[in-house]
Design a protein around this ligand. Structure first.
Ligand code: GCO
Ligand code: MG
Length: 450
């Protein structure tokens, strides 16, 4: 009997129109569905380690995918998923997402770590994917439906000097993008390539800046990705002066300080950038510098975006409740998934803060889809960061969102509408090497937040 039913369930699912299938699911199968397997999948189609969770059920063909991408600690997150969350949720009813989320959150007793939150996120997002497939609707429909057809995005322009940055900005403008983030030399400004001989900070050349690669470890007690915070701080206002003088104000421009400056210098930059009407200035301060956000707010009208580093509600609550920021930039999997992110979006709406979810290369296409479904369903959407979705990403993750005319578009399929080809994913194994760029140092060797 069961075999016949599940076969009918599976076969009919693709043949019967949605309405009939929903009728079908409202019967015993839907009420009895159980999680059978939870496992992590590691892949790096673009050379960046991505962590995805697959949650399988006892209903043939019914499974969900979630993003657990904390690329700097990929294998640790995978272990947390496979060793701790899998045995905890296997056998349970995938429909009770809220209960399962809280169970995973408190089960480790200690909470709010980046590794554990990402692991939870992978399972959480997969459960929302399953619920969307059972309901035969996209997740944004479960969240209340679309407020807009697609989400406006911004792209990343960089360059060694203002002209090179402008050239890249114009390229995006020609492609129809409405917003571009301008960086010059990456975060903290260009690291000067100097030979090892003159790179070691010494009493006669304390100002020397150098790149880690140029240093043989024997040569210096302080190898690192050196950058000159003062030179960086003085280089950015002229950059925006130049770009605005060439393109005017029709294009939205953004900048990411990436917590590379001392607090007072971040305030100085926010004030100096006011004439250039940035869409937002991001990560001016480190997450633990809450007090300085109050000083920044008092002194500058440049819109502020913050949040990609947040793991703990204590980090974002005061910033939102006191309206010290204008855009929340959370990395959804660092929060623990869609369940906490949709609540954060609602909290932000209550205080006039808009969303700008974190969306660079170290977010998987499932994570980008989760960003997008929230963007479509939340009234207080601001803007969406995206990357160029490469051929390799589309190959491994069929259904990855599309970029068109300056917007990112969902495919309106049930769940996230994104799948994974595990054979293709296996073609791109991750590599684990010590991270260099987060060994950011000031010229005198002081380590500073990267
Ligand atoms: C951004 C971020 C990223 C992070 C990266 C860390 O605004 O997109 O700052 O570039 O640095 O995601 O792994
Ligand atoms: Mg950032």
């Amino acid at each position: 009997m069961q075999d016949a039913v599940s076969q009918r369930f599976h076969r009919f699912r693709y043949e019967l129109p949605a309405a009939d299938w929903r009728l079908l699911t409202a019967k015993e199968e839907y009420n009895n569905v159980r999680i059978t397997k939870v496992r992590s999948i590691l892949t790096a189609p673009d050379g960046i380690a991505l962590i995805v969770v697959k949650v399988e059920t006892d209903q043939p063909g019914l499974y969900g995918l979630g993003c657990a991408t904390f690329t700097q600690r990929a294998t640790v997150v995978a272990k947390a998923i496979d060793d701790y969350l899998a045995p905890l949720v296997e056998g349970r009813d995938p429909r009770n997402i809220e209960d399962l989320w809280h169970m995973m959150y408190i089960n480790s007793y200690w909470r709010n770590s980046g590794v554990l939150n990402n692991a939870i996120s992978g399972v959480d997002m997969a459960l929302w994917d399953i619920k969307g497939k059972i309901a035969n609707m996209p997740v944004y429909d479960l969240l209340g439906g679309k407020c807009r057809e697609a989400a406006m995005v911004y792209r990343h322009a960089d360059g060694r000097d203002p002209q090179e940055v402008l050239d890249n900005v114009l390229k995006y403008q020609d492609q129809g993008y409405l917003a571009v983030r301008c960086q010059m030399g990456g975060y903290g400004g260009r690291v000067k390539d100097i030979t090892a001989a003159t790179a070691v900070p010494s009493k006669d050349a304390p100002q020397a800046t150098h790149r880690m690669k140029t240093l043989d470890r024997q040569g210096s007690a302080f190898p690192g990705a050196y950058y000159d915070a003062d030179a960086y701080a003085r280089s950015i206002p002229p950059l925006f002066e130049y770009v605005r003088s060439k393109i005017g104000f029709d294009l939205f421009l953004l900048h990411d300080i990436h917590e590379r400056l001392a607090p007072i210098d971040a305030i100085r930059m926010a004030k100096a950038l006011e004439p250039y009407r940035l869409f937002f200035l991001e990560d001016p301060l480190a997450p633990d510098q809450i007090e300085w956000f109050r000083r920044l707010r008092d002194q500058s009208a440049t819109p502020i975006a913050m949040g990609e580093l947040h793991n703990n509600p204590l980090e974002w609550r005061p910033l939102i409740a006191e309206q010290l920021i204008d855009f929340i930039r959370a990395h959804i999997s660092q929060l623990g998934g869609l369940t906490p992110a949709r609540k954060l979006a609602a909290l932000c709406e209550a205080f006039g803060v808009r969303t700008a979810w974190h969306g660079p290369g170290d977010v998987s296409p499932i994570g980008h889809a989760a960003n997008l479904h929230l963007d479509l369903a939340c009234h207080n959407f601001g803007i969406q960061e995206v990357i160029n979705f490469s051929e390799a990403l589309y190959e491994v993750f069929p259904g990855t969102p599309e970029l068109r005319n300056g917007y990112v578009w969902a495919n309106d399929k049930p769940g996230w509408g994104v799948d994974i080809d595990e054979d293709k994913a296996a073609k791109y194994p991750i590599t684990v090497v010590p991270i260099e760029w987060t060994q950011s140092r000031w010229p005198d060797g002081t380590l500073w937040t990267p």
